[in-house]
Design a protein around this ligand. Sequence first.
Ligand code: FES
Length: 330
Amino acid sequence: MSAAAPTVVAAGRDLFLVRVARRRDEAIDICSFELVDPAGKALPPFSAGSHIDVHTPGGYVRQYSLCNGPADAGRFAIGVLRHSDSRGGSIDMHQNVREGDLLGITGPRNNFPLVPEAQKSILLAGGIGVTPMLSMAEHLSAAGADFWLHYCTRSIERTAFRSWLSAAPYAKRVSFYFDDDPGRKVDLRALLSAPDTGTHLYVCGPTGFLEFVRSAARDLEWEEGCIHFEYFSPAPVDAAGDTDFEVEISSTGRVYRIPAGQSVTTVLARNGIEIPVSCEQGVCGTCLTRVLEGIPDHRDTYQLAEEQARNNQFTPCCSRAKTARLRLDL
Ligand code: FES
């Protein structure tokens, strides 16, 4: 990739350039990339569980968790799974990003922070969901905290960062589980059998894995406030009760009806109003649009909870409305 444009604003946040200092194959279909400032300057600080938005050479915007510990300043390390059902972003990263290339990124942001008061932390990773857990484990280990990392994958060949974890000072606090090894399968119910209010559970992985853990934790009477999830893909939404609503375009006063089952971006595009989109799943923030009146029904995983609570912007690619009409700053 050649040098991209200088700093611009994307989705309301500053986009800046980083250089790919190192690229490495970590497991089948998983690469890691180490990103540094092109001029050798410091990168913005971050906390464990943070992610960055990467603007790929092909124009996709994808979120990747930072793997390195927050104390490991000067670089951002990410791991990228080449999804077989990729909409393009992960394939673009695998095929077109090489050492020395420049990439635009925004962030870091943290939708998945550790709870500082936790007496014990259980980190439960499914596949590529290990990436934020690596940063958490690094941080918790450096802080001398009580934690355990349980890492579940389909097979040892698909287990990224195994050498990192095996050589880490906290290696004894890491357990590996492989679906294809009957002797190394995870027993979630045993792992989660002793909930208590001082123990916090962090879960990241494919949606099916997250839902399985969520259901097991609920059955075992974990308190909701002690369980923390990060979805790589959109959080599951029950759309059964969706109804029509209206959006008003503030610059023209025109009003459009958004039927159940159709997105705001789709309806507006059909009427000649193009809002830039990328993921169309509420993950990347590309479509973020200001809301001047009305209350959105947020269905994105892009905004922080406190940002959603302000109700002054929403992701029209997937979010809907709690009020009969939203007036949009368009
Ligand atoms: S297009 Fe990605 S959040 Fe809407």
